[in-house]
Design a protein around this ligand. Sequence first.
Ligand SMILES: Nc1nc2c(ncn2[C@@H]2O[C@H](COP(=O)(O)OP(=O)(O)OP(=O)(O)O)[C@@H](O)[C@H]2O)c(=O)[nH]1
Length: 340
Amino acid sequence: MPQKIPATVITGFLGSGKTTMIRHLLDNANGRRIALVINEFGETGVDGDLLKGCCGPEDIIELSNGCICCTVADDFLPTMEKLLARPEPFDHIVIETSGLALPQPLVRAFAWPGISTRVTVDGVVTVVDGKAVAEGRFAENEDAIEAQRQSDESLDHETPLSELFEDQIACADMIVLNKTDLLGDAEADDVASRLQAEARPGARILRAHKGALPLDILLGINAAAESDMATRAAPHHDSEEEDHHDHDEFESFVLDLPEVADVATLTARLADAIRAHDILRLKGFVAVAGKPLRLTVQAAGPRIETYFDRPWGTESRASRLVVIGEAGLDRAAIEQAIRG
Ligand SMILES: Nc1nc2c(ncn2[C@@H]2O[C@H](COP(=O)(O)OP(=O)(O)OP(=O)(O)O)[C@@H](O)[C@H]2O)c(=O)[nH]1
């Protein structure tokens, strides 16, 4: 029987550093032929665009018809079939889920007939924004929450963010504690022990800056994750319960902007909008007056990064930002805050 192609599922909350890690992986692939399947929440393929520079576009498949965990049968499985039908086989398949995806339904799909004989899940790698965890973005003051829960059994303090985070951690074979440059040693130790407490037994926690980990560590875990799904559920799921996932809890929209006059003003406005409206993630490309290069804008929570990445060339100089947050975003107010 031919060997199964290994597939690595890379998951992790919005902006934790999945694309950055994959970029590093592809830059250091040493001739290994890696197919990439990427799925983003919200329109416009920002991640795909950022990754096209480092592997052939024919090796990248973007799944943009919604969240991968909810469209497994319609979208993901046909994509796998197409990948597997390519005449030249890949050495490895890397799948980047959207930051709002539950990895469990996706991994379970690898047990489906037609796929299970040809591909296996080599490992689930969950990337964590260490700073966001340290700042309590997923669970504020866990001790206080636990105390309240103890005193009133009927209280349910799970938020959409905390549940998603727990699901992504519980499924992992390896957890990448990323953004260590933003953490002190004691803070990193604290985050690591919190992650270990929620992880499945044996899951490794690796610290990283910009996801820079050797390919041989990230790939080749040999977990066959699709065969032991029972051990990969977060405690808030009953054992028999199907994965419950409600994307209505989150929303995204695309903001088209005119050319901006200057980067500092834009950044200040973005910072105000993110703070005022609790925006979880904001990313895209912006045209700056007088600049032939495209400005890439990335914000994960309160931290904003901007850099000029490449000339616009023949492409139209259209500024577009994807804005993602919990449901109920005030689009008009956000647009006004960013446009000024
Ligand atoms: N300071 C710091 N920033 C990082 C690190 N890794 C990634 N980032 C930044 O975090 C932001 C988000 O990184 P991405 O790699 O796009 O995150 P992602 O998980 O792919 O995001 P989504 O696909 O939107 O969920 C970017 O501005 C990155 O440059 C890190 O180790 N330290």
